[in-house]
Design a protein around this ligand. Structure first.
Ligand SMILES: [Zn+2]
Ligand SMILES: [Zn+2]
Length: 356
């Protein structure tokens, strides 16, 4: 009887210890906890490319944090789908309420596609997905090499630098008559307008376009400036839909030559609309025609045999899907015959710079 009583006391004591261990971590503090983890809103600090070493931070928002510290992940989480990557939880302290946890994601993705990581954090489970691009930086460089009109194309880790004299390789009435590419032009130009020559002539420029190699969508979309906003494959700058002073192009359109471009007062030749020589001779109406300064590509006015209008595009005059050059999909602009022709309300991404 006495032994049984003692056993019960011991057992109760054991239960109390067990209970207190469950409620408290070894430091004696309460347990970190959250109420929700939002894997769908994950962001990665870098762009992954197949067969290239990748190291970036994945940031995942949570809700209902209780302000307590948590330790980092001793075990890394291996990627599925695209293999070769692992995610490691970084230690931190929860906010009271909403906050973010971070994972270090490292490794060499075995292929392009989607790498998934099953995340488990303080009892909340979800999966984060990382898009792995195709072919590596060499593919991106090959795409930029299609700017045949540039006299120099060089790269650093984050930017491509494109230098051009801005001398179109097609005939123009705006070349001095002594130039072999001078050709008289009259009659109908872009939009069915009757051509009226402006007083300017093509003069060699020396512009450097610095364009981000891994374009990403901007949170705030900057308006495109007057002057160069991008570059066409023939090395000719692309301008937006406005004339000097921000007025519509109405009168300028009459001055577009046989290539549908024209020079401004300093002799800088440029396109506001479809570069006709590129879409009819050098490439096609559906082809890649150039890039805007944010690094997103510009395509012609046709897609899958359909002539696009501005109604098919968003307010930045683009949309996202796979293209020949970007088989995994990319945001891109299209030229259209209707205003704003190339760019509507600003850059989709963050623009680089142009220096003359
Ligand atoms: Zn112009
Ligand atoms: Zn498209």
């Amino acid at each position: 009887m006495r032994i049984a009583k003692l056993t019960i006391v011991f057992f109760a004591f054991f239960l109390i210890i067990l209970f207190s261990c469950k409620k408290k971590n070894p430091s004696g503090e309460g347990m970190a906890s959250i109420t929700a983890l939002d894997c769908g809103s994950v962001s990665f600090s870098g762009t992954a490319v197949a067969n290239s070493l990748f190291s970036a931070t994945a940031t995942i928002p949570y809700a209902g944090g209780n302000g307590l510290p948590y330790s980092g992940g001793a075990d890394s989480i291996q990627s599925t789908g695209v293999t070769g990557l692992k995610a490691i939880l970084q230690m931190g302290t929860l906010a009271n309420g909403n906050g973010n946890i971070t994972f270090l994601v490292v490794g060499t993705p075995a292929s392009n596609g989607t790498a998934s990581f099953p995340i488990s954090f303080l009892g909340q489970n979800c999966s984060i997905n990382l898009v792995v691009g195709n072919g590596g930086g060499s593919t991106i460089k090959t795409i930029y090499d299609s700017i045949y009109g540039a006299y120099s194309i060089t790269y650093d880790a984050n930017y491509v630098y494109i230098k051009t004299y801005d001398l179109p390789d097609h005939k123009s009435i705006y070349y001095p008559t002594s130039n072999p590419l001078y050709e008289f032009f009259s009659g109908t130009t872009f939009g069915g307008n009757t051509f009226v020559k402006n007083p300017n002539s093509i003069i060699s420029q020396n512009g450097t376009f610095k364009i981000p190699l891994n374009p990403t969508a901007a949170t705030t979309h900057q308006a495109t400036p007057l002057g160069p906003i991008g570059i066409a494959l023939d090395g000719v700058p692309l301008f937006n839909q406005y004339a000097a002073g921000g007025s519509p192009l109405t009168n300028e359109v009459n001055g577009f030559d046989q290539g549908w471009g024209h020079p401004q007062p300093q002799g800088m030749y440029h396109y506001h609309v479809e570069p006709l020589y590129l879409t009819t001779v050098k490439a096609s109406k559906a082809a890649l025609l150039g890039f805007l300064l944010d690094g997103f590509p510009v395509y012609g006015p046709e897609e899958n045999g359909v002539v696009l209008t501005s109604n098919d595009l968003d307010i930045y005059h683009g949309h996202s899907h796979a293209t020949n050059e970007y088989p995994n999909g990319i945001y891109h602009y299209h030229f259209t015959a209707d205003a704003p022709y190339l760019n509507g309300s600003g850059f989709w991404g963050t623009p680089g710079t142009v220096t003359q």
